[in-house]
Design a binder for this molecule. Structure first.
Ligand code: WT7
Length: 668
């Protein structure tokens, strides 16, 4: 591997000493880190770094004992015989045990005071609102489970779920889990082809959908899209339609059913089926760097354990909290941290239907004020949008109920972290930067909010039971401050069990890069405090004149300039240096575009990271091409930079008009 460039993510004090000629003073541990607020630590489950270290050491000394202890906090119909059966790369957890995650999310709370506690608090985009208590949610789930059964859907059958963010989406997946049907949620922003591919791959027997979904004041006609897909979905016998928007749709008598009609006649009791711990829970498709999407396969017991424990430790949810994860249930974040993790913990989970800027850019802040939200979990891409829209929007609202903030999805640049910390968190809320993947099922690395001092841009340390490492291709651990491949050395309960129907691809993608380890696909650095800094996907790494430059690193440098809102960096072939950097940049409202600014930005990057990272071209643009989950599609930027008239697969692109605008950006 080429020589790594020294990480630029240093606190100011260290940065100064690193650039001066004098020998740096002896390093103090956790220098420049943000300690957890004392008030927070007092009430937290894990109260200090000492407690964390002790818990972590015990968990890795005897992982099976550790995980079994956690599993005992949940309900099992039949105890397991063996905690782990590991035949790399295939894991089985809690072998012989039987449980049901829908039971653990619902029934387990019904004989406690939580019976009448709010399970889901929902806000519709038009401003309507609903609350479902645990008792009510249980009844709705039972009715829909009975409705599924009445159509002949049962254990092992796959059910595709293509809905907007309504409570019935949670009801649908909990009902599948209750009877052992395997759900595969397809994000409501996807189009016909995405449905056809996924339904075909998992051979779904039914699709659950809505007439429409509200998005920025308009109806997204979901049922029409399903109708378009249906001729190419021969395995689908039934389509169940939940009425949300009242838009006109066609109902086909041979396979379409109204949700409300099926449920009207269904009993509100449906005992949860005892399922083997390794019974399939869901398949969720995630895009690979090439080829068709991968159906990430998760099973019951281990996934339940992972989401339960991490929600408890990382979000430190209390019974009085209103907890809000802004993700869509179409992504794993919504599965794990809107539905399964919070409900397994008996928490109150807030769910919002629509866009963050409808009717105005302060919608999130008005929701926080309205429901007195205490814990707020969102993505860096959203945070950068809030920064771009301006501080005046959050300032209009009372955000004092917040006590904890979280991020997930990509590295957060330190500037965005600080903005989030001061403008949204009022400098009093810890931030948990949570690293994980669709494949890992639950959070793997994150601060514990009452224990871990945080450093902006680092996901800090692994959670109990998780054993990551940073290694060479040969599997050698890298010393501190050297970049390498991020792997996980030991199996963990919520790990993916495979790619649906493709064990070979599963081995190739995750288990063949570094022998004996799960390879995450990410590059990372560990600092002297053992803190992990994710550089980004290794396929996002650009090698300029023999130096590895993480795209995220250069982007972070650009965003640290006062005029820049967001940046995406790619490499283009260059005769001299192998690759050269091209940066696509969006400016903050009010910044003056022009050659002058471009020059300044180039100098700024050179100053922040080093001349090697100086972009060869800066292209100013109004917006960047993103997937619907907010990830920048660098692949498309590479095609545009190369001047290709045709770009590659765009089915996951959120806004097609971006492409035309990008082509107009000038190269000079
Ligand atoms: C990839 C996984 C897990 C839910 C959302 C994304 C990147 C995720 C962080 C973080 C830096 C992060 C990684 C990872 N990523 N969280 N806190 N810091 N990078 O799920 O679509 O499966 O993507 O997202 O590159 O591998 P996903």
């Amino acid at each position: 591997m080429a020589k790594a460039v020294k990480s630029r993510r240093k606190e100011p004090a260290q940065k100064a000493s690193a650039t001066s000629k004098k020998k740096p003073a002896a390093r103090k541990p956790f220098e420049g880190a943000y300690p957890p607020p004392a008030e927070f630590s007092k009430l937290a489950r894990v109260k200090s770094m000492r407690e964390y270290e002790k818990l972590y050491a015990e968990s890795v000394k005897n992982p099976e004992k550790f995980w079994a202890g956690i599993a005992k906090e949940l309900h099992w119909f039949k105890p397991w015989k063996k905690v782990l059966e590991w035949k790399e790369p295939f894991a089985q957890w809690f072998v012989g045990g039987q449980t049901n995650i829908s039971y653990n999310c619902l029934d387990r709370h019904l004989n406690t005071w939580r019976r009448n506690k709010a399970a889901i608090v929902w806000e519709g985009e038009p401003g309507d609102s609903r609350t479902l208590t645990y008792d009510q949610l249980h009844r709705e789930v039972c009715k829909f489970a009975n409705a599924l059964k009445s159509l002949g859907i049962g254990k092992g059958d796959r059910v595709a779920v293509y809905m907007g963010m309504v409570p019935e989406l949670a009801v649908a997946i909990l009902a599948c889990a209750r009877i052992g049907a395997v759900h595969s949620v397809i994000f409501g922003g996807f189009s016909t082809n995405a449905i056809v591919d996924r339904v075909h791959d998992c051979q779904a027997k039914a699709i659950v959908t809505c007439d429409g979904a509200w998005r920025r004041g308009k109806v997204v006609p979901l049922k029409d899209t399903v109708d378009e897909a249906m001729p190419k979905c021969p395995t689908v016998e039934h389509v169940i339609v939940y009425k949300r928007c009242g838009n006109e749709i066609k109902m086909h008598s041979d396979h379409d059913h109204w949700w409300h009609e099926l449920c009207a006649g269904a009993a509100d009791e449906c005992p949860a089926t005892p399922l083997d711990s390794e019974h399939s829970l869901f398949i969720l498709y995630t895009s690979g760097s090439t080829g068709k999407p991968k159906g990430i396969h998760h099973t019951t017991g281990g996934y339940m354990l992972g989401t339960y424990l991490t929600t408890k430790l990382v979000f430190d949810v209390r019974d009085t909290d209103v907890y809000w994860c802004t993700a869509d249930i179409g992504w794993v974040t919504g599965h794990s941290y809107i539905v399964y993790g919070p409900l397994c913990n008996g928490a109150t989970s807030l769910m919002y239907e629509g866009a963050p800027n409808h009717p105005d850019p302060d919608r999130f802040w008005s929701i926080i004020q309205k429901y007195r939200v205490n814990v707020f979990y969102t993505a860096p891409t959203a945070i950068r949008a809030f920064i771009k829209w301006g501080e005046q929007w959050p300032r209009r609202h009372d955000l004092s109920s917040l006590r904890l903030l979280g991020t997930v999805g990509e590295p957060i640049n330190p500037e965005a972290w600080r903005w989030y910390h001061s403008v949204i968190g009022g400098k009093r809320c810890p931030i948990v930067d949570t690293w994980w993947q669709t494949e890992t099922g639950s959070i793997m690395m994150s601060p514990l909010p009452g224990a871990t001092p945080t450093k902006p841009g680092s996901c800090t340390r692994p959670l109990p039971g998780i054993q990551p490492d940073i290694v060479t291709k040969e599997g050698q651990s890298k010393p501190a401050n050297e970049q390498g491949l991020l792997v996980v050395r030991k199996p963990w309960p919520s790990m993916l069990r495979g790619i649906w129907g493709d064990p070979k691809r599963f081995k190739d993608v995750y288990w063949s890069t570094v022998k004996g380890c799960y390879f995450t696909g990410d590059g990372a650095v560990r600092d002297e405090d053992g803190y992990y800094w994710i550089i980004g996907r290794v396929d996002d790494v650009i090698i300029v004149a023999g130096h590895n430059l993480g795209t995220a690193e250069v982007e972070s440098a650009l965003v640290s300039h006062a005029s820049v809102a967001e940046a995406a960096v790619i490499g283009i072939p260059d005769e001299l240096t192998g690759h050269a950097i091209v940066a696509f940049v969006t400016l903050k409202d009010g910044a003056q575009p022009g050659a002058d600014l471009k020059q300044k930005l180039m100098e700024h990057v050179a100053h922040e990271i080093g001349p090697i990272a100086k972009p060869k071209q800066i292209r100013l643009t109004g917006s960047l091409p993103k997937t619907r989950s907010g990830k920048i599609m660098r692949r498309l930027l590479r095609d545009i930079a190369a001047g290709k008239a045709q770009v590659g697969d765009t089915t996951t692109l959120e806004d097609y008009s971006v492409l035309a605008k990008l082509r107009e950006t000038d190269e000079s």
